[in-house]
Each structure stands twice: as structure tokens, then as C-alpha cells.
Design a protein around this ligand. Structure first.
Ligand code: NAD
Ligand code: UFG
Length: 338
């Protein structure tokens, strides 16, 4: 049985991936400092899979603590989700983002080399494409970043490109996620943001549950179907499965590979809002507000490369995503806090 170290495995995408890995007979070891997640996730993973993975509460920025895990565990591959991810916060606190996201990753690669662990999956983001010249976005498009969070993603991609160039044994997959939403179908796991959500889906579900008064729609004067921003929303379980699929590719000594993980479809804010009203069965108030700084009009992926090379194809529709996000929110009005 192959053993996978999942950094950030208690977080939103990590936890869904852990479930899929366990269901596909991988042995999972989680390392997370719980800076943006809850220990309750372990109980939920157990309820879904009947198995509790080994968990280390460790900060990846602490080299010695991380090394103890490598001393203790035989590891075949690492899936590296751990990182800070809020764009606005990264503008306000750039050093915190550079320190956390870069030092953690450098420690990890250094220890992988020291302990001869040669397979790494890295959580990159569509943010590395900036404002693309056209859509859909292909993996070979130019890369531009506009904020410290995005820069950490691009810097880590560059580090891995440089590193794999001179380490032929080392395999790395750069997975560029589009917009993950949705939740596990059981209603036991989902996205649990701290404070006021920055992202569209958790904001809408919090309006639907009555925690917030209305959804602010950031701009209706973009050159899109209805003037509101268009994104490629992907069900978190589809995204999670992409990680399981890419492991097989890495185990063939693939070197460095890069894949977009999205659905290939773009939906506007108002289309998502309408789908959420269908899922809930009632009206969700919204107001048009000015554009949000830094937002682009349209972003969606071409995912042919991932389909051809690793057999990745998103299965869930926008209505499925809204149904599962709503099911999670309704069953867990305060997230994992009970
Ligand atoms: P998340 O915040 O839910 O999960 C990240 C986890 O990493 C959290 O559990 C947090 O406690 C942990 N963590 C952070 N810094 C750590 C450190 N130094 N040591 C140990 N653990 C640490 O985020 P997510 O939405 O699951 O995202 C996972 C990854 O995917 C991130 O790297 C994120 O940048 C990337 N990503 C996310 C999105 C998105 O929209 N959610 C889009 C593109 C890329
Ligand atoms: N939006 C609103 N109101 C809100 C929140 C969002 O109208 O309250 C709109 C945005 O203007 C945008 C769309 O909904 O048009 C999606 O916004 P999100 O904040 O959900 O997602 P983004 O596309 O802005 O960014 C997300 C992550 C980034 C990541 C990017 C690409 O937050 O970290 O997807 O993967 F880089």
C-alpha cells in the first residue's frame, strides 16, 4: 500500500482528497498546523471512510518538527496543500504570505531530497494566469501575477521547474485549480471559512442560512453574458479526484507535469446565484455593488491535457455543486465549530 503525506490535509481541498485517497487504498498521513482548519475534520473523515488517518499537528515552517515526520514515516509521495490563500490578506500582510508559503515549501523539498522521497503534487492556482489574453486558458499561456499570494504560487512553480531540471529522479505535478466549490455528498465535510467569507459560494450559503443580509455582486458591467464575473467552478470532489489520478502519472517517473483542473465551463455570478436559489428552493437577496479591486472579467480552463494524460474529467454540474454546498451549510450552520 503506497503511503501519501498530505500537507494541509485538514483544510477544504485537502480533507476531500484524503477521503478519496483512503477510498482508493492509499495510506494517508496528514500534517497540518490547524491555522485554518479544525481537528473535527478527523472525526468527519472517520465517519465517511471508517478510518482515521495518522495526523501530525506540525507547522511546515518548523524544519525540525517536519524532519521528525520524515524520520518516522516511510513516504512514497507528498501532496502539498498547506499554505495561506486569501488574496486580500496577502496584500495587507505580504511577509506573512512569503514566509509561510515559501519557507514551508522549501523545507518540504529539502527534506524530500534528504529522505529520498521523489514525488510531489503541488496546489497551484489559476491565479498564475493573471488576466488571460483569451479564454479558455491553456497550460502554455503566459504567467502573470498581481498580488503576493499569486506570487508565492508562481515562485513555487519556478522553484519546482528549476529543481526538477537538475533532479531527474524527482517528479512534480503543478495542479492549477480553477474555482473549487461544493462539499462532500454526506454533508459531513465542506468549506469552513473564518470570519466573513471572501469567496462567492461560502458567502451565498451564509446569506441563505440567514447569517448575512444579502450577497454583494461585485460589478455588473463586465463584458460577459450578464455583466457579472465569469469563473470555472469545479466540485471539490472532482478536484480531489484529480490528485488521486495524477499520482499514477508521477509513479511512472514523469518529471514535471502541469495541468489545469477545472470543468472547462464558465458561469457568471448571477448564474451561480440562480443555481443556488434552485438548490435551496427560496429566494436569496442580492445587490449589485462596484467591482472588486483586482478582479478579472472571465476565467475558465481548457482541461484537455489533464483528460488525455491522466484521465481527468469533471463529473459534477453547477446544480450538483450548489446542492452539496447547501447541504453542507444547512447541516453545519457553524461549520466544524458545532
Ligand atoms: P485551506 O486553508 O482550507 O487548507 C490549507 C490548510 O493548510 C489548512 O488546514 C491550514 O491549517 C494548513 N496550513 C497552512 N499553513 C501551514 C503550515 N505552515 N504548516 C502546516 N499547515 C499549514 O485551503 P484550501 O482551499 O483547501 O486550499 C488548499 C491549497 O490549494 C492552498 O495551497 C491554496 O492556495 C490552493 N488553492 C486553493 C484555491 C481555492 O479557491 N480554495 C484555489 C486555487 C489554489
Ligand atoms: N464575487 C461576488 N461577491 C462576493 C464574492 C465574489 O460578486 O461576495 C464574485 C467575484 O467578483 C468573482 C466571482 O464572484 O467574479 C468569484 O469570486 P471568488 O472570490 O469566489 O473567486 P476568485 O475567482 O476571485 O478567486 C478564487 C480564489 C483565488 C484563486 C482563484 C483562481 O480566491 O485564490 O479563485 O483559482 F486564485
Amino acid at each position: 500500500m503506497k503511503r501519501i503525506l498530505v500537507t494541509g490535509g485538514m483544510g477544504y481541498i485537502g480533507s476531500h482528497t484524503v477521503v478519496d485517497l483512503i477510498e482508493n487504498n492509499y495510506e494517508v498521513i496528514i500534517v497540518d498546523n490547524l491555522s485554518n482548519s479544525s481537528k473535527e475534520v478527523l472525526n468527519r473523515i472517520n465517519k465517511i471512510t471508517n478510518h482515521t488517518p495518522k495526523f501530525y499537528e506540525v507547522d511546515l515552517c518548523n524544519y525540525n518538527d517536519l524532519e521528525n515526520i520524515f524520520k518516522e514515516e516511510k513516504i512514497d509521495a507528498v501532496i502539498h496543500f498547506a499554505g495561506l490563500k486569501a488574496v486580500g490578506e496577502s496584500v495587507a500582510k505580504p511577509l506573512m504570505y512569503y514566509q509561510n508559503n515559501l519557507i514551508s515549501t522549501l523545507n518540504l523539498i529539502d527534506l524530500m531530497e534528504k529522505y529520498d522521497v521523489n514525488n510531489l503534487v503541488f496546489s497551484s492556482s489559476a491565479t498564475v494566469y493573471g488576466d488571460p489574453v483569451s479564454v479558455p486558458i491553456y497550460e502554455n499561456f503566459d504567467l502573470h501575477v498581481t498580488n503576493p499570494y499569486g506570487r508565492t504560487k508562481l515562485m513555487i512553480e519556478d522553484i519546482l521547474r528549476d529543481y526538477t531540471n537538475v533532479h531527474p529522479k524527482f517528479n512534480a505535478a503543478l495542479l492549477r485549480y480553477f474555482n473549487p466549490i461544493g462539499a462532500h455528498k454526506s454533508g459531513l465535510m465542506g468549506e469552513d471559512p473564518n470570519g466573513i467569507p471572501n469567496n462567492l459560494m461560502p458567502y451565498i450559503t451564509q446569506v441563505a442560512i440567514g447569517k448575512r443580509e444579502f450577497l454583494g455582486v461585485f460589478g455588473n458591467d463586465y463584458n460577459t453574458v450578464d455583466g457579472t464575473g465569469v469563473r470555472d467552478y469545479i466540485h471539490v470532489c472532482d478536484l480531489a479526484h484529480g490528485h488521486v489520478l495524477v499520482l499514477d502519472k508521477l509513479f511512472t517517473n514523469s518529471g514535471l507535469v502541469t495541468y489545469n483542473l477545472g470543468t472547462g465551463n464558465g458561469y457568471s455570478v448571477l448564474q451561480v446565484h440562480a443555481a443556488m436559489e434552485r438548490a435551496c428552493g427560496f429566494k436569496i437577496p442580492y445587490k449589485i455593488l462596484p467591482r472588486r479591486d483586482g478582479d478579472i472579467a472571465t476565467c475558465y480552463a481548457n482541461c484537455d491535457k489533464a483528460e488525455k494524460e491522466i484521465g481527468f474529467k469533471a463529473q459534477y454540474t453547477l446544480d450538483d455543486m450548489c446542492r452539496d454546498s447547501w447541504n453542507w451549510q444547512k447541516n453545519n450552520p457553524n461549520g466544524y465549530k458545532g
